[in-house]
Structure formats: structure tokens, C-alpha cells
Design a protein around this ligand. Structure first.
Ligand SMILES: Nc1ncnc2c1ncn2[C@@H]1O[C@H](COP(=O)(O)OP(=O)(O)O)[C@@H](O)[C@H]1O
Ligand SMILES: [Mg+2]
Length: 230
């Protein structure tokens, strides 16, 4: 099932939580995402969207089935190898930003690579500064998350997701906590990264207007994926 055209392929991916009264959060999902594609995932609350994103993002393991990313079967990776793979390939953006409240914007962006700083071929602080500039926050480098608006916090989180130069961005309702105008500014930033820099973007959203900007939309219901054909 490997094909270099695809950055991610899932095959019969299933996730059950708990035992006894187990919940099947993901039910045999087979989905292929092309290099450079912007895929939107729609679906009601509880339909398994975050579960699917977390499995693709290697934050959680499947109960059964397979994920192939860039030709690697994720189930063959453990511990440090899995963390190294994640760091090389994936950037994550969350609805609630997930910034560290006691660190300023610059420190939040450097954080994912801080333990590896000595092995880097570039200056980490300089790169973080450039990324914050790219998202329009060059005047907010030493602000704490609590001193930033929601949209600014999400920009910091986007810069943080980019610090390891991933080819794949996973975004779980990135505009879900923002007003419409701020949300559309964040969408402009993310679609620019997809169109201009060729990053693959997999985005969970409740918002049809957001999904309409994607190359392709799939819908989830009860842990299953349906392709949209409009
Ligand atoms: N850690 C967990 N433990 C037990 N059940 C979970 C856990 N995470 C999610 N679930 C359940 O799995 C289903 C899918 O959840 P989720 O993927 O978060 O849905 P969505 O993101 O579409 O709202 C829901 O029924 C949810 O309650
Ligand atoms: Mg969710």
C-alpha cells in the first residue's frame, strides 16, 4: 500500500478506549493524504476527529490497523525513535493553543527543540525570531501568552509548530476558539503555508467556511470517514 505520492496512509485504523465498556472512537479508517494536500476533516463532536489526528500525529497508538508516513510504518517505531520521527516530520496546532504560560513567545517557539539545541545546524533563537516575524509577531517576542490576544497566541503556536521545519501540519480546530475575523486571519496564514511552502495540512474543523478552503473534505461520523463529493 506504499506510494510516495502520499505523505500519510491509514489502513483499517481502529482505536478503542477503555476495556469492558469500550468506546470505538475510530472504526476501520482507511485514508490517504497526498503530499502538499490540504485536507479538512468535518464531523460532529465525539465522532473521532481528534482521535484520528492524534494517531496520525503519533501522540497515541492505534488498537489495530496501520499508519504509513513517508514510507515508514509508525507501529515499528518506539520511544526515542518515535519522538525523533515526530520531531522530524510533524507540527501540531491545537484549539486552545497549548502554550506554556510562564514562557514568553520566543521561548515557547524554541521549546520543542531546546533539548536538541547543541546538535542543530542553525541558531535556534534566531530561527524562532524569524518565524515569529513571519507570523507578524516581531513586536511581541517577550510577551507571555497571558499578555497576548487569542489570535496572537495561535500565531505563536503556529511558529512553534514550524520550528522543526515539518512537512506535515496537523491542526485540531485551530480557529475554534477565535472570533470570525481573527479565525480568518489564522486561516490565511495556514493556507499560505500550504500553497506557498507546500506543507501538507490536515485540519479538523466544525466550520464549513473553513472546510471550503481545503483541497478535499472528509466527514466523520461514529468513528468512520466518508468522502465528501461536492
Ligand atoms: N482518552 C479517552 N478515553 C476514553 N474515551 C475517549 C478518550 N478520548 C476520546 N474518547 C471518546 O472517543 C470518541 C471520539 O472522541 P474524539 O476523537 O475526541 O472526538 P471529536 O474530536 O470528533 O470530538 C468520543 O466518544 C470520546 O468520548
Ligand atoms: Mg476533538
Amino acid at each position: 500500500m506504499q506510494d510516495n505520492h502520499f505523505i500519510v496512509q491509514t489502513e483499517s485504523l481502529t482505536k478503542e478506549y477503555g476495556d469492558g465498556t469500550s468506546v470505538r472512537a475510530l472504526d476501520s479508517v482507511s485514508l490517504s493524504i497526498a503530499q502538499g494536500e490540504f485536507l479538512a476533516i468535518l464531523g460532529p463532536s465525539g465522532s473521532g476527529k481528534s482521535t484520528l489526528l492524534n494517531l496520525i500525529g503519533t501522540l497515541d497508538a492505534a488498537s489495530s490497523g496501520q499508519i504509513i508516513m513517508d514510507g515508514t510504518d509508525l507501529s515499528t517505531l518506539r520511544g526515542d525513535a518515535l519522538a525523533d520521527f515526530r520531531r522530524a516530520k510533524i507540527g501540531f496546532i491545537f484549539q486552545l493553543f497549548n502554550l506554556v504560560p510562564t514562557l514568553n513567545a520566543l521561548e515557547n517557539v524554541t521549546l520543542p527543540l531546546l533539548p536538541y539545541q547543541r546538535g542543530l545546524k542553525f541558531n535556534l533563537k534566531k530561527r524562532a525570531r524569524e518565524l515569529l516575524e513571519e507570523v507578524g509577531l516581531e513586536k511581541r517576542l517577550d510577551h507571555l501568552p497571558g499578555q497576548l490576544s487569542g489570535g496572537e497566541q495561535q500565531r505563536v503556536a503556529i511558529a512553534r509548530a514550524l520550528v522543526n521545519s515539518p512537512r506535515l501540519i496537523l491542526a485540531d480546530e485551530p480557529t475554534g476558539n477565535l472570533d470570525r475575523k481573527t479565525g480568518s486571519e489564522i486561516m490565511q496564514l495556514l493556507t499560505r503555508l500550504n500553497r506557498d511552502d507546500g506543507l501538507t495540512l490536515i485540519m479538523v474543523t466544525h466550520d464549513n467556511a473553513v472546510a471550503s478552503q481545503a483541497d478535499r473534505t472528509v466527514s466523520m461520523r461514529d468513528g468512520r470517514v466518508e468522502e465528501q463529493t461536492d
